[in-house]
Design a protein around this ligand. Structure first.
Ligand code: F6P
Length: 342
């Protein structure tokens, strides 16, 4: 068995743990693994490094990805797709494990369907917005990063009797915002799944101040939509998969809160900090389990599948079913959080 592994899309903590587990599992079965450099770009350019079980043993605690990542989309140009197929043959690949979010796995799914290329997918993203899996690795580490930051912001917010607006990532799903909002005892949680009425947020902050809490923490998703304004972004640029690059709503929310409540308000955008750092224990274990099961699918020749977490088990689901549909935040979590948001 000669397998390749690649990491595509936005990086997240735990990618190296998957790479290590794939390499080790293939190695244990007598096979070899190569790493394609910078996601699908490496598959187009046949740019790779050999991956050895002993050398990759050390990479588990490292954030990011030793292979590099990109948002390269071979389906932007049919010639690039043919190039990927040709490189499979030239490199003598029996399997490809693609570790990525919806875009990267969408390409793996199409390559399997259109070209019968032997692909297996591993879901990753800090956004936790992939359907077919209960949680994605990277999400837990991201939440801990946000929680540490907000714990620090809280002390300065309290000293100055200010409102702190904290903008977090997550694209069009509110998982990071809602979970970190619960973990940080936020006063308001503004997610894309529910249109935000800033008048109501201002009333809530004033009410809480009047009843004795002298400061406030407002968590806002980069993809939240404001009543009367919709999505608020700094740049209208799009990536290769056609996604608008988000970011900038936090300062708008802070401006409005400051004006309408008269409370001194500041804004912090946590940005790419949320994708960095060493994976948490939970993410290390989840990523390792997913890597082992992805490699086992490859060894069995069970392609066109994605490994997924269902409850406590790792299962295989068809890639075609797993991609293309964003999983938004379940209302149950917002409902639970609402006890503290009055
Ligand atoms: O999908 C992960 C993510 O971090 C999103 O939360 C965010 O909107 C996006 O990637 C940022 O992408 P980039 O690294 O290209 O700026």
């Amino acid at each position: 068995m000669k397998a390749a592994v690649l990491t595509g899309g936005g990086d997240c903590p735990g990618l190296n743990a998957v790479i290590r587990a794939v390499v080790r599992t293939i190695h244990n079965a007598g096979g070899e693994t190569i790493g394609l450099i910078e996601g699908w770009r490496g598959a187009i350019e046949a740019n790779f490094v050999p991956l050895n079980a002993m050398e990759t043993d050390e990479i588990l605690p490292r954030g990011g990805t030793i292979l590099g990542s990109s948002r390269t989309n071979p389906y932007k140009n049919p010639e690039l797709v043919d190039q990927v197929a040709a490189n499979f043959a030239t490199l003598g690949l029996d399997a490809l494990v693609a570790i990525g979010g919806d875009d990267t796995l969408g390409v793996a799914s199409k390559l399997y369907n259109d070209h019968k290329l032997p692909t297996v997918g591993v879901p990753k993203t800090i956004d936790n917005d992939l359907s077919s899996t209960d949680f994605t690795f990277g999400f837990d580490t991201c939440l801990n990063t946000v929680m540490d930051a907000v714990d620090k912001l809280r002390t300065t917010a309290e000293s100055h009797r200010r409102v702190m607006v904290v903008e977090v990532m997550g694209r069009h799903a509110g998982w990071i915002t809602c979970f970190s909002g619960i973990a940080c005892a936020a006063d308001a949680i503004l997610v894309p799944e529910r249109e935000t009425d800033l008048d109501a947020v201002c009333e809530l902050l004033k009410r809480r101040r009047a009843s004795g809490k002298p400061y406030g923490i407002v968590m806002v998703s980069e993809g939240a939509k404001l009543k009367g304004e919709g999505l608020v972004t700094k740049a209208a640029k799009k990536d290769e998969f056609g996604h608008v690059m988000l970011g900038g709503i936090g300062s708008r929310v802070a401006e409005v809160i400051g004006e309408r409540t008269g409370i001194e308000t500041r804004e912090v955008t946590l940005g790419h900090l949320q994708r960095g750092g060493s994976p948490s224990a939970y993410d290390r274990v989840l990523a390792t389990r997913l890597g082992i099961h992805a490699a086992r699918l490859a060894l069995k020749g069970d392609f066109g599948k994605m490994v997924a977490l269902r409850g406590l088990k790792i299962v295989a689901v068809p890639l075609a079913e797993a991609v293309g549909e964003m999983r938004t935040l379940s209302e149950d979590f917002l409902d639970e959080a609402s006890e503290f948001l009055r």
